[in-house]
Write a protein that binds this ligand. Structure first.
Ligand code: PNW
Length: 517
């Protein structure tokens, strides 16, 4: 109310506010639009055609189950069998590219490169062939969290030998799938792999060894990524002519007040959250960020550890990792407030990653809330993430490789539409400030297995009916909004698709006069 009254002092803006939700904005020429998924979240076929077990197969089959609704990804959206329908959906939306991930244990059932499962390779070749028919570019992620269980038995990402095991896997992908792929991501979200999987129990393998394991993992993930990147550059790039990058999840942390302490708390939070992985690859100096090295070293010393719990990157490691990404893949969803509370008074375990960071992270209850407790709509935080990347890392080419909103289901998803419009607007704000943004990827093409939340949080542009044997996919209202953005290469905040959902006795069906794909 207060804002509107203020705006009404300026008649033009006031009129604009009353008549429309804002102006139509154009995307830059050559800007690319896509949608994303990940193997374990959609494929199913968990034990078909020679696939080995991943840490998520093991996790979801555990009893008692760690998954909120007791579900598994055994069938998920059944994309192992339904991939042709998936590609038809990509074509319906008019996507330029599709970002999917390759399941390591589908390609190498035991994790090691001695036995390649040709049926697994063929699945991805068939998917890509189907995409080629529709002119959709494949954007392939080599690792999106489904580690072969056989490697986890040996410590998984905490074992430095994984640097070689990952590079062996990457070589097989470059040899067999590389001729068809021009855009590669080595690893999806190192922070979530390391902190959530090894430092806490939020993701498989639920190691929950904070203060130690997430830092061992961080070093190994960075070196594994760098080895795969260098392998491509030295042996494949000339022939295959593709680009290789990494996707890092970047939450914006805003200082909760304008005090100096809170300013530093927010900066430390960003450095622990994503600088830890971005700095070694994208900064001029390389290595972990100074704040991270300093905090972990001084806390370790106070706690009586003979050396820092953060493993050192040698001069050779720093040089190996630095510069190993052709673009910055940004996964970004939300913003949090950060403040510093000197006492921390029993707030965090000692030692722990959170104690090392020494920031308190909170939500602002006034920001729109999604179905996922961690996800709120804060578009200006997206602009700030993109501008910070430009500032810290010399304006690298950026692909937004994930961004999206969760609901509790239903086809009329005006909350997702609002999020999409506002985040695309925020992206254009960053673009107009000189950020080199090449593309945007919606998470997700369809509803899928949302890790520990099972099927209770829906991120899809397409709804998936998980109770039907053929996993029927139905476009939500947001799918039509995104389709129009892609078709027009414009973001028109007033565009309303003709989308009516008529509820019938056995589920829902689209009205006859609806926009149809
Ligand atoms: C991503 N955060 O995870 C994953 O890449 C997807 O597999 C997942 O389904 C999707 O987001 C939605 O959860 C993240 O709060 C979730 O910073 C949350 C954050 C980051 C990444």
């Amino acid at each position: 109310m207060y804002t509107r009254t203020l705006l009404c002092l300026l008649p033009l803006i006031c009129l604009n506010g009353v008549l429309s939700k804002g102006r139509v904005r154009k995307f830059p020429p050559n800007f690319l639009f896509g949608a994303s998924t990940a193997a374990y979240q959609i494929e199913g076929g968990w034990n078909e055609d020679g696939k080995g077990q991943s840490i998520w197969d093991v996790a979801t089959h555990q009893r008692p189950t760690p998954i909120k609704d007791g579900s598994t990804g055994d069938i998920a959206a059944d994309s192992y069998h339904m991939y042709k329908r998936d590609v038809a959906m990509m074509a319906e939306l008019g996507l330029d590219f599709y970002r999917f991930s390759i399941s390591w244990p589908r390609i190498l059932p035991n994790g090691f490169a001695d036995k390649v499962n040709q049926a697994g390779v063929d699945y991805y070749l068939n998917l890509i062939e189907e995409m080629e028919k529709r002119n959709i570019t494949p954007f392939a992620t080599m690792y999106h969290w489904d580690l072969p269980q056989n490697l986890q038995k040996l410590g998984g990402w905490t074992n430095p030998h994984i640097i070689d095991w990952f590079a062996d896997y990457a070589k097989i992908l470059f040899d067999r799938i590389g001729p068809k792929v021009k855009l590669w991501i080595t690893i999806n979200e190192p922070k979530q792999i390391c902190y959530e999987g090894y430092g806490s129990d939020a993701k498989a393998p639920f190691l929950n060894a904070t203060g130690i394991a997430e830092y061992l993992c961080a070093k190994n993930v960075l070196l594994a990524h760098a080895k795969a990147y260098r392998l491509y550059n030295e042996h494949y790039k000339k022939i295959q002519n593709g680009s290789v990058g990494i996707s890092i999840s970047c939450t914006w942390y805003e200082a909760a007040s304008d005090s100096n302490d809170d300013f530093h708390a927010a900066e430390d939070a960003r450095m622990f959250d994503w600088g830890q992985f971005a700095h070694p690859i994208f900064s001029k100096a390389g290595d972990f960020p100074e704040q991270v090295r300093r905090n972990v070293a001084s806390k370790s010393a106070e706690q009586g550890f003979p050396r820092s719990r953060l493993p050192k990157l040698s001069t050779k490691d720093v040089a190996t990792i630095k510069g190993t990404s052709d673009f910055f893949g940004v996964n970004t969803y939300t913003t949090k407030l950060a403040y510093r509370d000197a006492s921390l008074d029993g707030m965090y375990a000692v030692p722990s990653y959170m104690d090392d960071m020494s920031a308190v992270l909170v939500k602002d209850p006034t920001w729109p809330q999604s179905q996922s407790s961690w996800l709120q709509e804060v578009p200006w935080g997206f602009t700030k993430v993109l501008k910070e990347i430009k500032k810290l890392y010399n304006n690298p080419p950026v692909y937004v490789t994930e961004n999206g909103w969760s609901s509790d289901g239903g086809l009329l998803d005006d909350d997702r539409i609002s999020y999409l419009r506002h985040y695309l607007g925020a992206l254009l704000d960053a673009y107009s400030e000189g950020c080199d943004i090449r593309g945007y990827t919606a998470w997700s093409l369809m509803d899928n297995f949302e890790w520990k939340s099972g099927y209770t949080e829906k991120f899809g542009l397409y709804e998936v009916d998980f109770s039907s044997p053929d996993r029927t996919r139905t476009p939500r209202k947001s799918a039509f909004v995104y389709k129009e953005v892609i078709r027009s290469r414009k973001m028109d905040p007033n565009y309303e698709p003709n989308y009516v959902v008529e509820t019938v006795e056995h589920g829902t069906k689209d009205d006859d006069d609806n926009d149809v794909f």
